[in-house]
Design a protein around this ligand. Sequence first.
Ligand SMILES: N[C@@H](CCC(=O)N[C@@H](CS)C(=O)NCC(=O)O)C(=O)O
Length: 201
Amino acid sequence: MKLYDANAGNAKRVRVFIAEKGIDVPRKVLELGTDTRTPEYLKVNSLGEVPALELDNGDVITESIAICRYLELAFPENPLMGRTPFEQGNIEMWSQRVYSQLFLTIGLMVRHQLPLFADVLEQIPAFADAQRKAMPEKWRWLNKEMADGRPFIAGETFSFADVHGMTALTITDIFELSAPADCEHVVKWAQIMRERPSWSA
Ligand SMILES: N[C@@H](CCC(=O)N[C@@H](CS)C(=O)NCC(=O)O)C(=O)O
């Protein structure tokens, strides 16, 4: 197996997942905007995006969430996506919620703001600004949900939903948009996430 990787949010999601699973996946690290746009890499992923997982038989899986799903099934130890039907549905629900409410908001801000993405899409600075302004309320929503005292986003155990949360947190930390001080439950969760060994993945 080989993971095409880079210093980027969606790739981080897979790196944290791999670290939490405790598995070893060799990596090829690419530079965004250059290595990802070569004809050679476009044969791996026609969208020119990382991450991509190349299997030993040459098959390729792209899309960070699909890669995590593959790894969860291929390496069932240390399950992060739940065992019972309820656990699986609940973790999927929270994963989707954290992805859509937190990661996409900060991710869209980044894509509409950073020069790196100027040739990938038509950047609308006002849209980037709207995403920035939306972030505190997104954290406050999660804070309200976690006010029931659960230690992790989907309940009592660390799961893929926390991996999504850590991915969002990595980017919001960079842009100083992590949870406001009044979000005591999320601030506590975030501190615990930053102390996990997988945080530095
Ligand atoms: N939906 C994809 C999104 C992948 C994606 O947008 N990757 C960005 C980095 S976060 C990328 O590789 N961009 C390459 C480039 O702009 O050159 C996933 O979850 O893997």
